[in-house]
Structure formats: structure tokens, C-alpha cells
Design a protein around this ligand. Structure first.
Ligand SMILES: Nc1ncnc2c1ncn2[C@@H]1O[C@H](COP(=O)(O)OP(=O)(O)OP(=O)(O)O)[C@@H](O)[C@H]1O
Ligand SMILES: [Mg+2]
Length: 259
């Protein structure tokens, strides 16, 4: 089977700093993948390269969807979203003064299939599209357990729920690959356990490939089938959770912290 995503010699320099350096990675379709590494290792920068926030200094990012291969390195973020990559952010990015439902609906408008003229004229096409958007948005909110809270302001949700709302927004773009940047940050143990179940469920229901950055090692080791480890911008190891736990380079990178 061909990988759904293949990264070759990917690098990003900020001035003299090699934040991401010569990364090679293959990700199989449907896999649950972990990306770990100490603070400042380059994990978020790597996501930013894959999702078009930054242009690579060097290297290739090849997406393979429906047997069509595309180089996506350096493409605009909205183009990359259209091709099926979606993400959440380490620092939550929601429209805080909008409701939970509005936040999801906004993420969907690109797929609505009607233009501004019909929106202005309030044609039946517009109304149909609006109804469809509303129904789909509610479906995604149900998936992440936030349907009941759909009319609350995003800013009033507890932290853990804001993170799940970000996941609903990402789902609303109908991705094939979902990138989650520290989805369990700020969650209590029960919320983290619920998140684990949610990630399994979403992978199966929407046939997703999921890549997640996490510092919560028990979450990563329980959930992920394959783990990549970054340190100072370089890939120092990859393998199964068992292989990673026992890898001497990984243990050294974490300076004896429990993995
Ligand atoms: N836009 C930028 N300009 C300059 N330096 C940057 C920029 N973005 C990231 N860096 C630097 O690149 C390095 C990698 O940062 P990055 O945020 O990717 O790490 P990380 O692995 O996600 O860390 P954390 O676990 O703390 O989130 C850091 O030294 C950071 O200061
Ligand atoms: Mg980060």
C-alpha cells in the first residue's frame, strides 16, 4: 500500500535556527500516528509546514488521495484544506464571541456550493445550502459531544470542550487526514480518556488518518500505532510504542523523564 502522506528531506530554517531539519516520514492511510519530542523540538513547525502556514526551506510533501499524488509543500493553507488536510491548533483558535454552532458552520461555508449572488438574493439554493450546513454542523457537534451546547458562546466553554469544538471545526472541512496539536492539553484524566475514545471513533467513522502531537505519554502510548520522535528539529526515532519506550536516543532526549 502506498502511504497517504510522504515527507522527504523536509526542512525549515528561521534565520540560523533549523527548526525542522531533513525529515523523512511515511504515513499509512488509516493510521493513528503520534509525534512527540521535548519542547521546541519542531513539532508544531512540522505541522505548520504540512498545512501551509510555512513554506518549506527545503524538501517535499506528497499527498496521495484517491491514487492521485500531489506536492503540497508551499501551497496556500486553504488549498491544502480543500485537498483534505485539517488541523487543530496548540493555542486554541476559535471565534470566541460566536456560538459553538456558528463556529462549526463557518468552517463549512467553503463546501456549501453557492455563491454570494444567490446568498444576497436569498434564493432557494441558498436556503437549501443553509439547511444542509446547519444539519451537518449539528452532526459534527453530536460527534464531539457538544450538540447540547450549540447555542453557547465558544468563549464560555471549559478548555477541554473548546478543544473538542476545534475538532468539530476540523471535521467540518471533510478531511482525509486530521492533525491534532496537543489535543489533551488542559484536560483532566476523565476528559483525556473520553478524547481517546473520540479519536478512535472518528478514525473509524470518517476513515481518517490521524496524526497527533502530545506531551501526555500515556495517551500517546495507548492510542498511537506508530510514533515519530523529534529532537532539535531532527527525527531521532520512529516505531511502535514499545520500540519507542525502549529506544536509547529517545530516553536520552527526554533526559530521564518518564516516557
Ligand atoms: N515563526 C518562528 N520564527 C522563529 N522561530 C520559530 C518560529 N516558530 C517556531 N520557532 C522556533 O522553532 C523551534 C521549534 O518550535 P516549535 O513550536 O515547532 O516546537 P514544538 O516542538 O512544537 O514545541 P512545544 O512542545 O513547546 O510546542 C523553537 O526553537 C521555536 O522557538
Ligand atoms: Mg508545539
Amino acid at each position: 500500500m502506498e502511504p497517504i502522506l510522504e515527507v522527504t528531506n523536509l526542512s525549515k530554517n528561521f534565520g540560523g535556527l533549523a527548526a525542522v531539519s531533513g525529515i523523512n516520514m511515511k504515513i499509512d492511510k488509516g493510521q493513528l500516528v503520534g509525534l512527540i519530542g521535548p519542547n521546541g523540538a519542531g513539532k508544531t513547525t512540522f505541522f505548520n509546514l504540512l498545512t501551509g502556514v510555512y513554506e518549506p526551506s527545503e524538501g517535499l510533501i506528497e499527498l496521495n488521495v484517491d491514487n492521485k499524488k500531489k506536492q503540497i509543500g508551499g501551497m496556500k493553507p486553504y488549498k491544502i484544506t480543500e485537498l483534505g488536510l485539517a488541523r487543530t491548533f496548540q493555542n486554541i483558535r476559535l471565534f470566541k464571541s460566536m456560538t459553538v454552532l456558528e463556529n462549526v458552520k463557518l468552517a463549512m461555508h467553503k463546501n456549501a456550493g453557492y455563491g454570494l449572488p444567490s446568498a444576497l438574493l436569498r434564493t432557494s439554493k441558498y436556503y437549501n445550502a443553509e439547511r444542509w450546513i446547519e444539519e451537518k454542523a449539528c452532526e459534527y457537534l453530536q460527534e464531539v459531544g457538544l450538540y447540547r451546547k450549540r447555542n453557547e458562546l465558544a468563549t464560555n466553554l471549559p478548555y477541554g470542550e473548546q478543544r473538542r469544538l476545534e475538532i468539530a471545526r476540523a471535521l467540518a472541512t471533510e478531511p482525509v487526514i486530521l492533525f491534532l496539536d496537543e489535543p489533551a492539553a488542559g484536560m483532566n484524566p476523565q476528559e483525556t480518556e473520553d478524547l481517546t475514545q473520540l479519536i478512535y471513533h472518528l478514525r473509524d467513522k470518517y476513515k481518517l488518518t490521524i496524526v497527533l502531537i502530545e506531551h501526555d505519554m500515556s495517551l500517546v502510548m495507548n492510542l498511537c500505532e506508530h510514533i515519530f520522535v523529534l529532537n532539535y528539529g531532527q527525527l531521532i526515532a520512529h516505531g511502535t510504542p514499545e520500540e519507542i519506550k525502549n529506544n536509547e536516543f529517545v530516553i536520552k532526549a527526554y533526559l530521564g523523564e518518564e516516557i
